[in-house]
Write a protein that binds this ligand. Structure first.
Ligand SMILES: Cc1cc2nc3c(=O)[nH]c(=O)nc-3n(C[C@H](O)[C@H](O)[C@H](O)COP(=O)(O)O)c2cc1C
Length: 219
């Protein structure tokens, strides 16, 4: 199993996408698979080389974060540069990871990717959806251990079976939507301000905390 990886995060080398992919790769290599190339789509000056890697690859892994309920612009640009490609005989898998904790936000993109694989005449092996990923860089190890192990497991499974089990995918992509109980807990967290901790920290870091309720176009 030879895999060409494309990372579609605007954060490139510093991205959550990269962290998740590295665990997947670890599992894949343990199963005897290998990665032929890792391209960061943010490096637009390498677009020609990236397209070449894509067109020559036997199996492609396109991974990106959800930005504004869709894919980052550079991912769309890359897809459009590939254009009307006949990828008959090739296989593709995707990872869509997002900040919001419910998978429902990624479903439109997932449907688009399934359609795109058909247009490219490629066999879509799976679309991995993982919500709730923002913050993994600052979380203590005990909070990310399970997720990283799951990504490694996925890579290993994929290396051995060349596909991923729907049950395993479902475990990773939950919850689709919050249950009433979790919504209640979340409501309480909002009241205490805990749910805003991460965002407030970033607002303060960027001297924007005092401006968080600004509405310059309100009138
Ligand atoms: C500009 C921007 C827009 C975002 N839009 C969404 C969104 O619509 N839905 C969501 O669930 N997460 C959204 N996020 C959160 C990212 O998907 C999440 O933080 C992801 O893990 C970032 O991955 P990366 O580090 O690989 O870029 C957004 C983040 C940024 C910076």
């Amino acid at each position: 199993m030879k895999l060409a990886i494309f990372n579609g995060s605007p954060r490139g080398n510093n991205s959550n996408t990269k962290i998740l992919l590295s665990h997947f790769q670890k599992g894949l290599e343990r199963a005897g698979g290998s990665v032929t190339s890792i391209d960061y789509l943010i490096q637009e000056k390498h677009l020609e080389e990236q397209v070449k890697h894509f067109k020559e690859a036997e199996t492609i892994f396109l991974a990106f974060p959800l930005y504004v309920d869709s894919m980052p612009g550079m991912v769309k640009q890359f897809i459009e540069t590939i254009g009307n490609f006949d990828g008959s005989g090739k296989k593709i898998l995707f990872l869509v990871q997002s900040g919001f904790p419910e998978a429902v936000h990624s479903m439109e993109v997932k449907n688009y990717l399934l359609l795109l694989s058909k247009r490219w005449k490629m066999e879509c092996l799976c679309v991995i959806v993982k919500p709730g990923v923002e913050g993994i860089k600052i979380m203590p190890e005990m909070m990310t251990r399970k997720l990283f192990k799951k990504m490694e497991f996925m890579g290993n499974e994929f290396g051995m079976k060349r596909k991923l089990d729907e049950k395993d995918l479902a475990k990773l992509s939950g919850p689709y939507k919050f249950s009433k109980f979790r919504l209640g807990v979340f409501g309480l967290m909002q009241k205490t301000g805990i749910s805003n901790f991460y965002w407030d920290k970033n607002l303060k870091k960027n001297n924007a905390f005092e401006k968080r309720f600004d509405a310059p176009y309100a009138n």
